[in-house]
Design a protein around this ligand. Structure first.
Ligand code: NAP
Length: 289
């Protein structure tokens, strides 16, 4: 199949693209900076998608995986307007011309804003989402109006290069720093290999229709157990102080709908894989230094 991946220099896209290439698929990737992927079936197109759609010299694309975005929180409205809204509008325009079977859009659990339910399903109310979450939701709607779009509402995605809570804990544990953990039930994470797995499964099933899925690892643990597991895997000497906190995240993500088509990895296996990959990428860097 031929995949067009926007935001191909992001760590999630990098992970997904490498898996697609191993499967024998062709991948066109768009970003402003070079993703550094060298493969005979990969073509990098340097383009600023916030300015205009990208003209392709190809007759057809089977699937667009739309990952390009400003993914950090607390950026300005103008930044999100360009990087998330106009950029996604341009991707929608490209989809109208290229007529892929579907656009798979990496959306975010942030579309919901404050989650007041104990279990976050796809149909809970969206309450006061911050600008980032609002623009990801707007992007979902823009794409659904112009093409066939499947939105994956993702929590923190872990892999080498990630930048969320799990990543910050990993680096503190590596430095043997003391940690204070506010304990709460936890399933707010997914490994990048499951993003690939979901996309592959959708293509295999021919699941091409406007839809929205919450995404997270399988199973539930606690934030304290996440830290203990990572500490053991890293052989860290960090001291961990556990506190109960009334403002700690208390909801869990429901991936029940996703489970009807794809079973993600267990949360503990996802964390173990993440730590293993982080350790070996650091070893590789040391060897090359
Ligand atoms: N990271 C997470 O935990 C997480 C969670 C939920 C959802 N998501 C979503 O997953 C996607 C990837 O997230 P990430 O954290 O990996 O993002 P990231 O590291 O910030 O990467 C963003 C990507 O978008 C590209 N991009 C941004 N502006 C562009 C423009 N004007 N033209 C072309 N490309 C542009 C960047 O490429 P250049 O800068 O090279 O142009 C980069 O490849 C995003 O859609 C994000 O909203 C991520």
């Amino acid at each position: 199949m031929i995949f067009l991946v926007t935001g191909c220099s992001s760590y999630i896209a990098n992970y997904v693209i490498k898996k697609l290439l191993v499967d024998g698929d062709k991948v066109l990737g768009i970003s402003r900076t070079n993703p550094g992927i060298v493969h005979h079936n990969f073509t990098w197109l340097a383009h600023d998608l916030s300015k205009s759609p990208c003209k392709l010299n190809t007759a057809s694309v089977d699937i667009i995986i739309h990952m390009a975005a400003q993914s950090l929180l607390n950026k300005s409205a103008v930044e999100y307007l360009h990087s998330n809204i106009l950029l996604t509008y341009h991707v929608g325009k490209m989809a109208t011309e290229l007529k892929p079977r579907a656009v798979i859009y990496t959306s975010s659990m942030k579309v919901y804003g404050e989650i007041r339910e104990k279990i976050a399903t796809e149909d809970i109310d969206r309450i006061n989402p911050e600008l980032y979450g609002q623009t990801k939701y707007f992007g979902e709607k823009l794409l659904q109006e112009t093409t066939v779009a499947i939105s994956l509402r993702m929590p923190g995605v872990i892999a080498v290069g990630s930048h969320g809570w799990v990543d910050s804990i990993y680096h503190k544990l590596k430095k043997n720093e003391s940690l204070v953990i506010y304990n709460a039930p936890y399933n707010h994470v997914v490994h990048a290999c499951d993003i690939y797995g979901i996309i592959r499964q959708m293509c295999t099933m021919g699941y091409y229709k406007n839809d929205v899925f919450n995404v997270c690892s399988n199973g539930v643990t606690t934030s304290h157990d996440v830290v203990k597991l990572m500490k053991d895997e890293i052989l860290s000497q960090s001291l961990i102080e556990v506190k109960e906190h009334k403002n700690a995240v208390s909801h869990l993500i429901s991936n029940k709908k996703l489970l009807t088509i794809y079973k993600p990895m267990d949360i503990k296996d996802s964390l173990k894989l993440y730590v293993k990959e982080m350790l070996s990428s650091e070893e590789e860097k040391d060897e090359n230094a």
